[in-house]
Design a protein around this ligand. Structure first.
Ligand code: PLP
Length: 396
């Protein structure tokens, strides 16, 4: 725990800082979850979620982390032995793949270099070769939080359509939803998996599945055992604003408020803000003479930037010094890139000045930790933000 005065800078890519407005909304007595008052709250959050997921279909809210929502997507749609196509975009895609294998799925895991998103072309080729339609689902991570790479889900959908393949499309939007544009209905995604502690600006504790008609139909005949995660068990009481078991009542108060905040700002403005902040972060990183892990400009994440350390320098030692001296938490490198990268989160309740504060922490931390860099990255970020302001157009 840091002994620094002042507010801690939580610049990991989730959990993201919780706005005061959301904290205040949750500061309520717990109410009876079988009451009419609760039903009103339940209905409001289900409707609000549909706007954020851009769907007319149901959004199921579990009292869980994102990992639970991953499991719910699998056990409600697939059967043991089913073949699924997944892509190694990074640490989280690898973990979801491990879970799929534990559930007895036959996973084809397309290898990746952790610097690119899931390739729509490669997915199309695999599906074109699958004449017997053995592949039952394509499962991708929209924003790979371990690498700062955002896959092009709209193009992946188009690839499925081009080869007229009936596979379900399951997408992890755990670190993208509410920060990066995502269109559940328009992209015909069958299950969109998400959770509360990133773009929704809430504490951890809620997992989401947005569900298409096709996914719901699959859930009527699939063979995976489940009980707690069963969609139909949820959807029956959800129709009247209720849950089959005790819901995370106070997180739902927060969810209602967070959705209001996003809609007041306007979703397009929220997405443009994240792109602007990401561009400014990359301007700083490039100026410092460091390298952004993502190698495909089209796939730069608006939510976080993963930065490669110069050779001979350990990212975790640098993060430790930065935390101790400047009271800022930066994301660590995970598994394959442990020690080699650090991640700057710029999602949720983040604006120009909070970003500049965080980037100042990174720059001063590099000096303190003896990491070679060219001073002036924060100025480069300011210039990027000023230019974006002048052109008033989203910068990629
Ligand atoms: N998927 C992605 C893309 C994530 O970023 C995370 C967590 O950071 C997870 C899945 C796992 O979610 P949770 O830690 O909430 O279980």
């Amino acid at each position: 725990m840091s002994k620094q005065q002042g507010r801690h800078f939580l610049n990991i890519p989730g959990p993201s800082p919780v706005p005061d407005r959301v904290l205040r909304a949750m500061d309520m007595p717990v109410i009876d979850h079988r009451s009419a008052e609760f039903a009103e709250l339940g209905k409001q959050v289900f409707e609000g979620c549909q706007k954020i997921f851009k769907t007319k279909g149901p959004v199921i809210v579990f009292p869980s982390s994102g990992t639970g929502a991953w499991e719910a997507a699998i056990v409600n749609t697939l059967s043991p032995g089913d073949k699924v196509l997944m892509v190694e975009t990074g640490h989280f895609a690898t973990l979801w793949q491990q879970m799929a294998k534990r559930w007895g799925l036959d996973v084809e895991f397309l290898p990746g270099d952790w610097r690119h998103g899931a390739s729509p072309t490669e997915i199309e080729e695999k599906l074109r070769g699958d004449k017997s339609h053995a592949i039952k689902a394509v499962m991708v991570v929209h924003n790979e939080t371990s690498t700062g790479v955002t896959s092009r889900v709209g193009e992946i959908r188009a690839a499925l359509d081009r080869v007229d393949h009936p596979a379900l499309l399951l997408v992890d939007t755990i670190s993208s939803l509410g920060s990066v544009d995502f269109k559940h209905d328009e992209w015909k995604v069958d299950v969109t998996v998400s959770c509360s502690q990133k773009g929704f600006m809430l504490p951890p504790g809620l997992g989401f599945n947005a569900v298409s008609d096709k996914a719901r139909a699959a859930s009527k005949t699939n063979k995976m055992p489940r009980s707690y995660w069963d969609w139909e068990e949820m959807l029956k009481p959800n129709a009247n604003g209720f849950f089959p078991y005790t819901p995370a009542t106070n997180l739902l108060y927060g969810l209602k408020e967070a959705i209001s905040m996003m809609l007041e700002e306007g979703l397009d403005n929220v997405f443009a803000r994240h792109k602007r902040l990401a561009a400014a972060t990359r301007a700083a990183v490039t100026h410092w003479g460091l390298e952004v892990l993502c190698q495909e400009p089209e796939e730069y994440s608006p939510v976080l930037t993963a930065v490669l350390m110069p050779p001979g320098h350990n990212a975790d030692e640098f993060r430790k010094v930065t935390l101790e001296k400047y009271n800022i938490s930066l994301g660590s490198g995970l598994s394959k890139v442990a020690g080699k990268v650090f991640r700057i989160g710029h999602l949720g309740e983040c604006n120009e000045l909070t970003l500049l504060g965080a980037l100042s922490g990174v720059e001063m931390g590099m000096t303190a930790a003896g990491v070679p860099h060219r001073a002036g990255g924060v100025d480069a970020a300011m210039k990027s933000l000023e230019d974006a302001d002048k052109s008033n157009a989203p910068t990629h």
